[in-house]
Write a protein that binds this ligand. Structure first.
Ligand code: ADP
Ligand code: MG
Length: 503
């Protein structure tokens, strides 16, 4: 079983105001479902295709076209729900949300307002130093994405690209459990990590595969505890929703500036109007976009072209049986199995590919040493070349052998770095390379003794100085290492130098 014992961080208190204020944040994350085809058509979801090349008649809103649900999208939503330890609703349904959008030709978005496919779940957001926030998930529903209007290609015309129109999105709605801008960013990253582990969303925020609407309010100390006790939103402040954020840095900036805006209004005796706002990173301000719309403004009604969605528990169980080991479990296991620090385990489990690579290196070897080599040497070297672990020139088997050679005492850490560089640039079997190139560490005391004697005999002045100042023994160690081409075991050299100089 997992042993996840954490303390909740204190809520962020905003400085510089007349009173103390606490932040309350809830996120609605839109994650593009990783599937080949769209939610209700067979058109491709491939990013970066020629504009309007991935558009079926149903996506273009042609009269008489009927949507057909894509089973793969439903399976991905269920998988995501299971990964977030959420309730899976065997009965859900699609509703029409009516509005005019030039890049959604149907004239409505098919979504799930009343009966979402996934119910309550949770995400553990670690904040370092043994602190973590457990953020409750309220629901996940499936809905269609809109296309893209392009206004900057022509001074007199706008263009529309419908490739994204009808692509499946999961809207993942959190409870207002997030209490700081840093927690909001960490929540998005944790969610992204879980979705990537599950393979249900590629998490590419730059391409817009993950976007968040950020709801922000402020309250006075004590208010939140009353909300927790009663679950009555009336205990909290009025929120504003900042739309469509796809960078964790901007999310943090937007929350900070929006909280300060609300506090200034409240301390001036004003009230907050619930509304939708946009963040402008250049001016570092949020601006009103529209007043908050209510469900009735959209004239929601069950989509008459689609049957209610009924799935079977056995099918859900089949999906559950294919879930991978998820980040929290993997991290806890790495700490227990390989005696890793919390930090190293986090770094190694950030991406599945990193974790799999590390496990192969560490298999049957010193886990801590393996972690050091993967994190410091390999990741460092790959970063220098702007390469990914998936195209690392050094295989886990090769790096494992290098780690094994160090543990056996065959090579020193310094020689190991040279060996790593050789393997990285020209390949080869590390064990054979060590033999061929005579890189083996000399632990034979006789050979090292000869080298130490020679250095002492050649440097009588240094010997005198070292006798007066034992710190200079290091100079002798350095000379012996040089003379032996770095192959002498440094511990043995050190011991002999100290002995021979009588320090
Ligand atoms: P809507 O459907 O109108 O957007 P919801 O009740 O679904 O409203 O809430 C949307 C988001 O707002 C959720 O993520 C929720 O956690 C968050 N939220 C609700 N009340 C507050 C509040 N007082 N402060 C911050 N976030 C809030
Ligand atoms: Mg909303």
């Amino acid at each position: 079983m997992l042993d996840l014992t954490y303390n909740s961080p204190k809520p962020k208190v905003i400085a510089g105001a007349k009173h103390d204020w606490e932040l309350v944040i809830g996120l609605e994350v839109h994650a593009q479902v990783a599937t080949k085809a769209k939610l209700f058509s067979g058109a491709s979801t491939l990013f970066g295709s020629e504009p309007n090349s991935n558009v079926a008649f149903v996506d273009a809103g042609m009269p008489g076209m009927l949507p057909v649900i894509n089973e793969a999208c439903v399976a991905q939503a269920v998988r995501t729900g299971l990964g977030l330890k959420a309730q899976i609703n065997l009965n859900s349904a699609f509703d029409r949300k009516n509005y005019f959008y030039p890049d959604l030709p149907q004239g409505y978005q098919i979504s799930q307002l009343y009966h979402p496919i996934v119910g309550e779940g949770e995400v553990l957001v670690e904040m370092g130093n043994g602190m973590a926030r457990l953020v409750r998930i309220e629901r996940i529903h499936l809905e269609q994405d809109a296309g893209k209007s392009i206004h900057d290609m022509d001074p007199n015309m706008s263009f529309v690209d419908l490739n994204r129109t009808g692509v499946a999105l999961m809207e993942i709605v959190s409870r207002p459990d997030i209490r700081g801008a840093d927690e909001a960013a960490a929540f998005v990253l944790k969610l992204r990590q879980i979705l990537r582990y599950l393979g249900t969303c590629d998490g590419n925020m730059q391409n817009g595969s993950m976007r968040a609407d950020v709801n922000v309010s402020v309250c006075r100390p004590g208010d939140y505890e009353r909300y927790q006790a009663t679950q009555d939103f009336g205990e909290l402040g009025t929120r504003c929703e900042i739309k469509n954020m796809n960078s964790t840095r901007f999310i943090q900036m937007a929350i900070d500036v929006e909280a300060r805006r609300q506090i200034a209004i409240l301390e001036d005796g004003g009230t907050i109007t619930q509304e939708t706002r946009l963040f402008d990173p250049d001016k570092n301000e949020t601006r009103s976009m529209r007043s908050k719309e209510e469900a009735h403004d959209y004239r929601y009604f069950p989509d008459p072209d689609l049957l209610p969605l009924e799935i079977e528990q056995a099918w859900v169980d089949d999906i559950a049986a294919t879930l991978p080991e998820l980040p929290d479990a993997k991290k806890a296991r790495f700490i227990a199995e390989f005696s890793l620090s919390d930090y190293d385990a986090s770094v190694l489990t950030a991406e599945v590919a990193n974790a799999a690579y590390f496990e192969q290196v560490a298999n049957g070897r010193d886990g801590k040493l393996a972690a050091n080599w993967v994190i410091n040497e390999l990741f460092g070297r790959l970063k220098k070349d702007d390469r990914d672990i998936t195209d690392s020139p050094v295989t886990p088997d090769q790096l494992g052998k290098i780690v094994g050679l160090i543990t056996k005492g065959d090579i020193s850490g310094k020689i190991a770095k040279d060996l790593f560089e050789i393997v990285y640039t020209t390949g080869g079997d590390p064990e054979a390379l060590v033999e061929e190139r005579g890189m083996k560490q000399v632990t034979d005391t006789g050979a090292i003794e000869t080298a130490v004697d020679a250095v002492i005999a050649d440097n009588p002045d240094q010997v005198e100085k070292a006798k007066a100042n034992p710190k200079l023994a290091g100079w002798f160690v350095g000379q012996v290492m040089k003379a032996t081409g770095g192959k002498a075991n440094p511990a043995v050299v050190n011991k002999l130098v100290v002995e021979k100089l009588g320090l």
